[in-house]
Design a protein around this ligand. Structure first.
Ligand SMILES: Nc1nc2c(ncn2[C@@H]2O[C@H](COP(=O)(O)OP(=O)(O)OP(=O)(O)O)[C@@H](O)[C@H]2O)c(=O)[nH]1
Ligand SMILES: [K+]
Ligand SMILES: [Mg+2]
Length: 562
């Protein structure tokens, strides 16, 4: 019991019940899944292909034996922990020399995996590598590592929790600066610590609740014990909520920000995509409807990972293939983190100038394109303008695209918005943080009024020419600012969750914590069960409790040798 109290640092209340300890419920939530994994594994840990130096790693109880078999007696004399020694490697059966290598010896538990580890830094030719791997395979008790098996050993031996393992995986896959910084921070354990401290605090609440259940009838238990539990749980719930409301910053930084280019046909969407990624990724032509499918490119923009998509021009069409392309474009635009809406100055200048207000302009143009429907409050709209908007909602392709490209109709559209003052109000609340309007082909029109209009709305609008390159630098500056705002800084503030898996368990944890107080009124035992489930959800994130299935999913993404 003493050990138990000391380990968990439980609330004082619990300590007063040692004599009745046999009654305390079993603390199932302390159990962790630690599969017995004592075999010795080996693999090439550096990348494949010809290279100057290749690193072959061995981890497990027979690592020492492996050095003795491959290096011979000299190994024992020359090898000091964590110090490199230049030694000859031999085939253990024929004694043929294989290579001269740097050999490093990391005795467990002070190693990456917690097991004994040996590293051979051999010459990086494929024949050298395969001869050493074959020699290792011939030693009884050694087996080739599965993908991610070194990291799994580290997890099993308590060297890394699951969020740290994920951080390590992300670091290996990081392609941009921001991904690298975020992964490094997660691998350092900061994210895991947030979840662990919530879990520890919830375990204390659970222990107090269970103490109440077990002893409140016979012992002089403090009356307000449950009040303090309720207060603490409400505090934790608020902290989890704040952590969840992070605008998906961490996930965007890990998986890439989705940016979609949309607009009418021939406005220069594909030209813009090509200019941003500096290669002819999408076909450009004078024919309206050139782009049919979504053209996606993965880019590194100012250190942020971005998935930039060019889409089919939005218009009414009877062509079934183009129609499908338009549906895909709209689906992409709806799901995107940032929409770049492209206009053609030679075609849309008139709308810009005759618009009664900027909001109306945006609403009418994008309403016509059918891309802001997700931001329009349905109920309000159907009340205010049942005919117009319900038609727009339900038949957005059929009805709206019929009119696309006709300036007069746009003007009629936004004038009708203006007449509906309640709708206008709604439109003014559009979230402009995820929209960037690009007025292209500025080489074709040089009208001061238009330039002034664009300048007056420079927070969401810019003018460029994909043809001459004019305005492109300031567009890119604006784009980078948007991306920075949408992704946040990975090294500032508390660390963000980075995976849908974290979000899933945190949402479930929240749900159980919400259910706790109402249950407490009628059924304390059930309330305690809710708390236990909440603790379990947090334990799932860090791997304090996990199943083989979960581990398989996480380690599967690693390559062999990691
Ligand atoms: N003058 C001028 N022409 C441009 C500019 N940008 C693009 N164009 C031309 O406009 C035409 C259409 O360009 P695209 O990039 O194919 O347009 P899009 O929006 O992708 O067209 P769709 O895929 O058919 O929807 C091409 O002939 C381009 O060369 C520009 O800044 N100035
Ligand atoms: K085109
Ligand atoms: Mg195109």
């Amino acid at each position: 019991m003493f050990q138990f109290q000391r380990t968990m640092g439980l609330a004082k209340t619990i300590i007063t019940f040692t004599k009745n300890i046999r009654k305390v419920r079993h603390f199932r939530y302390f159990t962790s899944y630690r599969p017995n994994n004592s075999h010795t594994i080996f693999a090439l840990s550096s990348g494949s292909g010809k290279c100057g130096v290749a690193v072959i790693r061995i981890s497990g109880p027979k690592a020492k034996l492996a050095i003795e078999r491959i290096v011979g007696d000299k190994a024992n004399i020359k090898l000091k922990p964590r110090t490199a020694a230049l030694l000859k490697l031999y085939e253990p059966n024929t004694q043929e020399m294989l290579d001269k290598a740097l050999v490093l010896w990391f005795p467990g538990p002070h190693s990456f995996t917690g097991e004994d580890i040996v590293e051979f830094h051999v010459h990086g030719g494929s024949a050298v590598i395969s001869s050493v791997l074959t020699a290792l395979g011939s030693i009884a008790g050694l087996k080739p590592a599965q993908p991610g098996e070194f990291a799994k050993q580290a997890f099993v031996n308590g060297k890394l929790d699951l969020t740290e393992v994920e951080g390590l995986g992300d670091l290996i896959h990081a392609e941009t600066e921001v991904q690298r910084r975020q992964a490094l921070r997660q691998m350092g354990g900061e994210l895991g610590q947030i979840y662990s401290q919530w879990r520890t605090r919830l375990i204390k609440c659970l222990a107090n609740t269970e103490a109440f259940i077990d002893f409140h009838e016979e012992e002089n238990i403090e009356d307000d014990i449950l009040d303090s539990v309720i207060a603490e749980i409400s505090k934790i719930k608020n902290e989890v909520s704040a952590h969840l409301q992070d605008c998906r910053h961490g996930e965007r930084r890990r998986d890439g920000l989705h940016v979609v280019i949309i607009g009418e046909p021939n406005v220069g969407k594909s030209s813009l995509l090509n200019a941003i990624c500096q290669r002819p990724a999408a076909i450009v032509s004078t024919i309206a409807g050139t782009t049919r499918d979504v053209v996606e490119t993965a880019l590194n923009i100012a250190g942020y990972p971005v998935l930039l998509s060019d889409t089919a021009g939005l218009q009414n069409t009877s062509d079934v293939v183009e129609k499908e392309g338009i549906l895909r474009a709209m689906a992409r635009a709806t799901a995107a983190d940032l929409k770049i809406i492209v206009l053609d100055i030679s075609k849309h200048a008139n709308i810009l100038l005759t618009s009664p207000s900027f909001e109306n302009f945006i609403a009418s143009y994008m309403g016509c394109l059918g891309v802001l429907q997700d931001q329009i409050d349905d109920s309000n709209i159907s009340k205010s303008a049942p005919g117009f908007f319900s038609q727009l909602k339900s038949e957005n392709q059929k009805t709206i695209f019929k009119t696309a490209g006709e300036t007069d109709t746009y003007i009629t559209f936004f004038k009708s918005f203006e007449e509906q003052s309640s709708i206008s109000k709604k439109l003014r609340t559009f979230d402009l943080s995820n929209i960037l309007i690009v007025v292209n082909k500025s080489d074709m029109v040089a009208d001061n009024k238009i330039l002034d209009f664009i300048q007056a709305h420079s927070d969401v609008m810019c003018r460029i020419s994909c043809k001459s390159g004019d305005g492109f630098d300031s567009f890119m500056k604006k784009l980078v600012e948007r991306i920075q705002n949408l992704c946040g800084n990975p090294t500032v503030g508390s660390p963000s969750l980075t995976q849908a898996r974290h979000r899933h368990h945190l949402n479930k944890c929240q749900q159980y914590l919400t259910e706790f107080p109402p249950y407490l009124q009628n059924d304390v035992v059930m309330a305690a069960e809710k708390l236990r489930l909440a603790v379990r959800e947090l334990a799932n994130i860090t791997g304090a409790v996990s199943t083989e299935d979960v581990l398989d999913v996480i380690f599967r993404d690693f390559c062999i040798g990691k």
